[in-house]
Design a protein around this ligand. Sequence first.
Ligand code: SF4
Ligand code: SF4
Length: 419
Amino acid sequence: MADSPPLIGDVADELYKCNRCGFCQTRCPIYRVTGLEGSVARGHLARLQGVLERDLPLDDRLRADLSACLMCRACTAECPPGIQTDRIVTAARAAYAAERQPWWHRLIFRRALPNPALMRAVVKTLYLLKRTGLTSAARLLRLIPGLDRGLAEAQTMMPIPSTFLRARLAARPVAARTARQVVYFAGCGIDYTLPEVGEATFDVLEAAGFEVTVAPNVCCGLPAYAYGDLEGARALAERNLDLLAGLGGEAVITDCGSCASFLRDYPSLFAEGDPRRRRAQEFAERIREFSEFVAAAPPQGLSPVRAVVTYHDPCHLSRYHTVTKEPRELLRAIPELEYRELPEADWCCGGAGSYALSHYDLSMAVLERKMGNIRATGAEVVATTCPACIAQLRYGAKIFGPAVEVLHLSQVLKRALPQ
Ligand code: SF4
Ligand code: SF4
């Protein structure tokens, strides 16, 4: 019998709150696809209780089921005791990672993500491979063990621009000095794959009267955390605490809902009494997600945008950071824009970071449901606030339809800025 993973012990109290009611089945996107108890929160908790009590081995089958969890927190929303399944799943993944972390996870989380120059070189290489067609990036990536069919589609799913966000921002004309200053935290997804989103964010913030400074940040650490590399996530958090320490401004703003929620959660990476926890707490209090910040100080004199628009809630923004009304308020404030609410707007789109690459078939089944709901709205534009959701929904529009335009909220707002 395998030993209990040590980190599961930290969340053991949470595990035993489950009363087996099964309410979590109703909204778990993965359970709705598989119909298997092994896919849903109740099943995860029961099996991990078994591991703790040494009735069940911590085997590869359990690992595979836990790795198929989207960490979307839909189960928590339905759960009478409010069990945070994502924390328990992360603890279990961390226990596995401590024993058998794949070498390439360590390479990405501990070497590449803390090193923006290396990240740029890697993404640039992928861009050149994609452009030249000499060899396919997918073929190269398939050499990595443990990743599945999604990699064959990675080139289509992942946009790779010719220039990254930081280079584009450095080339912008210097904005007029204003009394109100903010710091911009560029998440990897927007910096390396969707720089036009970051540019739109700058345009909106400047139109709202802010002078924006770009932080010299590294990855927020969420990818490492989600794969159970807590040490890697902690190291990235500490690096960001150092890099942003001397920057003033009234807030640190990010237009990535996932970065926002994780940056706000930095204190939980450090134990009570650890001096880093206090620093993380002060840092977290300065973090504002783009839509919550702009809703409190929106640009004035917006022009009409004649389009039918709906909004998809990214899980990290709506369920972790609980920002839901502000993006809708901002869209509704645009003259002549027709806003239509999306059925199941807070259901995961199946993007979940790199989930579509590692669990392609499940991800597509979840995405197909989302695209059906988008079709039902008749919207021409889907707005959202997370780069992974944007990439996933654009892919969904391509393979399932409808042929909607998928934009970040900042890009919709940019269209309404006075010329
Ligand atoms: S976090 Fe999401 S995918 Fe995971 S068990 Fe809960 S509802 Fe299902
Ligand atoms: S909803 Fe909560 S308490 Fe009920 S079975 Fe699911 S995890 Fe357990």
